[in-house]
Structures are given as structure tokens and as C-alpha cells.
Design a protein around this ligand. Structure first.
Ligand code: BG6
Length: 480
């Protein structure tokens, strides 16, 4: 059944770089329900055709591997534009009328995508409700909300409360684009479609887990947002905690939105909240050299561009196993990886004459070298019993369909259209995540904050972070 996707913030960057190219790709693959319409709303005064023309340029650029004129012509026919101000109730009335005129009878549903400034989310939701656009008697009405979802627990709770005044929880899709990544979904497959990992996926065999999201880029022109957010809000409350939840969760009884999210939420409940001396001993903060010179950054800013958190899950599976979460801008390369470091063998037979084996290690490469590597010891040929580390290497790019993995937004838009919320954050999940991050934010802004280390761009963050790991008899797995 055909649907309408209404994008608020239609003249913004996300719409032209991500949403429309993703919708174009879905359209080309015949994945969008036949007869689907896309309506853009923003304050700019475009005609339908002007909006289509500007989007053509973006699709040519961001979906250039599959752009063709014939598909574009058919896709462009589904695009409409309506000037509208989120603060203006009349504009929502006009939108309601407009949708009624373009949608044929028996149209099945509407998906509203809030791709506006986050300060406008509450207002947009309120206006949708006031104009009756939430009424789902004749077809589904769902809303996708972009990140950031609040700036702390209090604001996230307030936002949830306002949204729940207009939409039921099952109509709300909070995006974390990391969950749309194929390789993140592949962690579910690796863990729950195989028998061999589960028996060792616990405190008896795992020494620690490292979750790294390193970015080569610096903040560029995003100072206005970034300097007030900092890396904990920008990356940890959402993406890194999501990766941790999927790595640490119990197998759900069924792969559906309720059960998957129930299990993820249990992980958040089990994460030990930091208190007292933990902020100094279990966190590292950094800022790249040159950050203070970025356009728009106050000269005395102490905003973090690098952070490490050492978190524990206090439950039967993970008690005592540290999860090191690390992210930084201005790092050596762009890489997202989850490393499960297993313990060493209990009794070393071959190491004494050579070197100790390093312990098995499973590396899940989320991006850009999407794949999985298992490191294990093998005998050095023609030696006494010397061993060395070898690697079993799986790469998505060597598998059928794995050369160019679909962008997150394709998957997430499709799931929201079909009503599958498994890869979206639930209200309790978002609030619990803030509950973990808020005390750290507060401690870092207090007089007792741990030092903010400077670091050179192009390396692996502050050298103090490397030392900090050594002190725990561990080392970062820094591989690009
Ligand atoms: C966004 C952050 O959510 O994720 C950015 O706001 C960050 O600061 C980006 O660069 C990283 O996403 P990806 O998909 O490029 O790893």
C-alpha cells in the first residue's frame, strides 16, 4: 500500500545528502511501496519543480553509482514541496489539506520525518497533533525523530512526555543511524545465528571489550552545535552505548522490536553508574590541539573531542569485565570496531621459550573495512614449538552483495515504513542512556574534573590514554 513521507527540514543538509538519496535508491530497487509520495516542508519558498531540481543535483552526487535519468524522472514525479513554518499552525492546516489533495483514496499511511533543528521537535509534534495529523483511523501515522534526543536526562524526559501527548510509543521512531549499519546488524547474526561464540561470550572467557569509534575528521564548521554538545553527548549517549548494548545483551526470545529492545534495556540497567573516584579513575578526556582555533569555538572552551569510559555490566554474564568505550575526532583514521579480547590460556605450554601468546581476539569491523577477524595462535613452521598470531579474516566486500553496503538511512526508512521499530531507540532506552552519561558530564564540569589532555591530530588521541591502558596491563587495539 502506498504511503506518504513528509520531511520537515526539507531544505536541510540531511535531506539532500542522506534522506532523498536513500529514498531514491529504495525507489530504484522497487522497495518503496508503489505509489508512495514524498512531501518536503521547510520555510524556503520553493516551487515543487525547484525542489526537485535541487534534489536532482544531490542525488547525482550522493547516489552517483546508480543514478539514471529514466529512474530520476519517475522518482521526481513523486516529490512535492510545501513552504511551511513549524511555528505556524496555519501551515499545518495547509499541509493537512495538501496531503488530502495529493493522496489517492485508500492511501495507507504517513511517515513524518523530523529533520529540523532539535529545538523545534516539540513544537512540530504539538502542531501535528493540533492539526489532527496524528489521527491514524484511516492509516498509520508514524514519526521519525533525528538525534540528538534531548541534551540530558531532564530534557529527554520532557521531550518524551510531549511526544507521548500526541503519538503512542509504537508510532515513534527515534533514529540512531548506527543501528542502520549492516555491520551493526551483523553483530546480531554473529552472536545469535552461530553456536560457537555464545559459550565463550562471558566473564569466564572474555578479558575485556574495546569499542572504538575513531574519526579522522575534526569539527569543521559545526562549532555552534559541537562546542555545547561535546563527544559524550554527540557519540557516547547514542552510538557507543548502542554498540555496547548489542555486544552485551542476552539473546532475545524473538527478533522483534519489543524483545530486542527489552534485552538492550536490561544491559543499560546493569551498567554500573559511576560515582566518587570513578570519574577520575575510569574516564579519560581529551581535546585535539587546534580545537580552540576552530571557527566559532570560544577561546577557553574545555569541550572534549576525545573520551574513554570504562564501564562495567553488573550481571551474571559480564561481572568484572571492563567495556572500554573510546571515541575521538582528529584521530589517525576513520574506524569503528568492537574488539572482544579473550583471556589467555590457563597454562602456557609453548610460551616460555618464545613469548606468551596474546590471547584470542575477535574483531568486528563496523566500518570502513567491514568484516570480522579472529586472531589465534598457530605454530611457526619449521621452528621449535614457537607460535605466532594468525588471523581468520572475513570481509563483506568479498561476498555477493557485499561490495557496496547500503547506507543506514535506506534500512531505517524502510523499517519505519513497514512498522518495524527493532532498530530504533525506545523511550526508556534513551532515558537510561542519559542516566549513565549525565553524572559523567556533571563530574567533568565540576572543580574535581579529571585533566583535559591535549593531543595531536592524526594520532590515536592523548598519549595519557595509552599509558592509562598500560597501567591496567592492557593495550589499545589501534589498527586502521
Ligand atoms: C553523528 C555525529 O551522529 O555521527 C557526528 O553527530 C559523527 O559528529 C557521525 O561524525 C559519525 O557517523 P558515521 O556514520 O560517519 O560513523
Amino acid at each position: 500500500m502506498a504511503n506518504t513521507i513528509v520531511i520537515f527540514g526539507a531544505s536541510g543538509d540531511l535531506t539532500s545528502r542522506k534522506l532523498i538519496p536513500a529514498l531514491y535508491r529504495l525507489f530504484q530497487k522497487n522497495r518503496l511501496p508503489e505509489g508512495s509520495l514524498i512531501v518536503g516542508v521547510s520555510r524556503s519558498n520553493f516551487e515543487h519543480q525547484q525542489w526537485r531540481d535541487s534534489l536532482r543535483t544531490s542525488v547525482e552526487e550522493f547516489a552517483n553509482d546508480c543514478f539514471d535519468n529514466e529512474t530520476w524522472a519517475r522518482f521526481a514525479d513523486t516529490l512535492y514541496y510545501l513552504p511551511g513554518d513549524i511555528k505556524n499552525a496555519d501551515d499545518f492546516e495547509s499541509l493537512a489539506e495538501f496531503l488530502d489533495t495529493i493522496e489517492p483514496e485508500h492511501h495507507s499511511g504517513r511517515l513524518y520525518y523530523l529533520s529540523t533543528m532539535p529545538q523545534l521537535y516539540e513544537e512540530a509534534i504539538k502542531q501535528l497533533g493540533a492539526a489532527g495529523l496524528n489521527n491514524d483511523e484511516t492509516g498509520f501515522r508514524r514519526v521519525i525523530i533525528e538525534k540528538p534526543f534531548g541534551t540530558d536526562l531532564k530534557s529527554a524526559r520532557a521531550l518524551n512526555a510531549s511526544i507521548h501527548g500526541v503519538f503512542r510509543e509504537d508510532q515513534i521512531y527515534r533514529i540512531d543511524h548506527y543501528l542502520g549499519k549492516e555491520t551493526v546488524q551483523n553483530i546480531f547474526a554473529l552472536r545469535f545465528a552461530n553456536l560457537i561464540f555464545e559459550p565463550i561470550w562471558n566473564r569466564r572467557y572474555v578479558d575485556h571489550v574495546q569499542i572504538t569509534v575513531a574519526e579522522e575528521v575534526v569539527i569543521g564548521r559545526r562549532a555552534g552545535y559541537y562546542d555545547t554538545a561535546g563527544i559524550l553527548r554527540d557519540m557516547f549517549q547514542n552510538h557507543l552505548l548502542q554498540l555496547m548494548m548489542i555486544t552485551a545483551m542476552e539473546p532475545p526470545a524473538r527478533y522483534d522490536a519489543a524483545m530486542v529492545r527489552d534485552e538492550k534495556v536490561k544491559v543499560l540497567h546493569s551498567i554500573r553508574r559511576m560515582t566518587g573516584g570513578d570519574f577520575a579513575s575510569d574516564t579519560v578526556r581529551g581535546q585535539y590541539k587546534g580545537y580552540l582555533k576552530e571557527e566559532g569555538v570560544p577561546a577557553n572552551s574545555d569541550t572534549e573531542t576525545y573520551a574513554v569510559l570504562k564501564l562495567y555490566c553488573d550481571n551474571w554474564r559480564w561481572k568484572g569485565v571492563p567495556f572500554y568505550l573510546r571515541s575521538g575526532k582528529g584521530m589517525s583514521c576513520r574506524t569503528t570496531q568492537i574488539v572482544v579480547q579473550f583471556k589467555n590460556v590457563p597454562h602456557i605450554l609453548f610460551g616460555e621459550k618464545t613469548r606468551e601468546p596474546v590471547g584470542n581476539r575477535l574483531v568486528m569491523q563496523v566500518q570502513p573495512a567491514e568484516g570480522i577477524q579472529l586472531h589465534f595462535e598457530t605454530k611457526v613452521p619449521d621452528s621449535e614449538m614457537k607460535t605466532r598470531t594468525s588471523t581468520l579474516d572475513f570481509s563483506f566486500s568479498n561476498t555477493p552483495g557485499g561490495k557496496s553496503l547500503p547506507d543506514s538511512y535506506q534500512r531505517l526508512l524502510l523499517d519505519a515504513l513497514t512498522g518495524d521499530a527493532s532498530l530504533f531507540a525506545r523511550s526508556d532506552e534513551v532515558e537510561l542512556a542519559w542516566g549513565i552519561i549525565d553524572p559523567i558530564l556533571a563530574a567533568w564540569r565540576s572543580p574535581a574534573a579529571p585533566p583535559l589532555y591535549e593531543y595531536e591530530t592524526g594520532l590515536w588521541g592523548p598519549p595519557e590514554s595509552t599509558q592509562w591502558m598500560y597501567k591496567q596491563d592492557r593495550e589499545w587495539f589501534d589498527v586502521c
